[in-house]
Design a protein. Structure first.
Length: 133
């Protein structure tokens, strides 16, 4: 089973990754690590990895549907907050709580404001990141 997770990263890009598992109940393996790419490049990379049917899921598929294969209609509607909550409860019942020290935002690229400021003043700004004290 092949799954490509494709989230809309805005600015004509997607935050994406490709995963595979042999049988149900077996672990998923990362084939293409999560990255920020344009949709066309990601589809080309997926095609270079497998000829099998790939389930494309996520907000990026809906945002850039014309760039994905015709069989890539989204499998599920966009998640609602209640769905995320229900999944969290199930995860907690089976695996317990998570270590809150490991919960930190991951910024995948510079914000539009940082990009505009960098362009306007020719600065070399690093992406912002959360820091613990």
């Amino acid at each position: 089973e092949w799954v490509a997770v494709v989230n809309d990263a805005r600015n004509h890009q997607v935050y994406c990754g490709l995963y595979h598992r042999g049988k149900a109940e077996t672990p998923w393996h990362t084939i293409l690590s999560p990255a920020v790419l344009d949709a066309v490049t990601f589809v080309q990379q997926v095609k270079s990895q497998t000829n099998a049917h790939v389930h494309f899921v996520g907000t990026g598929v809906q945002a850039y549907l014309k760039d994905f294969p015709p069989s890539s209609q989204p499998l599920w509607p966009l998640p609602l907050a209640t769905h995320i909550y229900e999944l969290g409860i199930i995860h907690h019942k089976h695996h317990g709580g998570d270590d809150i020290a490991m919960l930190a935002p991951e910024y995948v690229r510079r914000s539009a404001a940082e990009l505009n400021l960098n362009f306007k003043y020719n600065l070399n700004l690093a992406p912002t990141a959360a820091k613990f004290r």
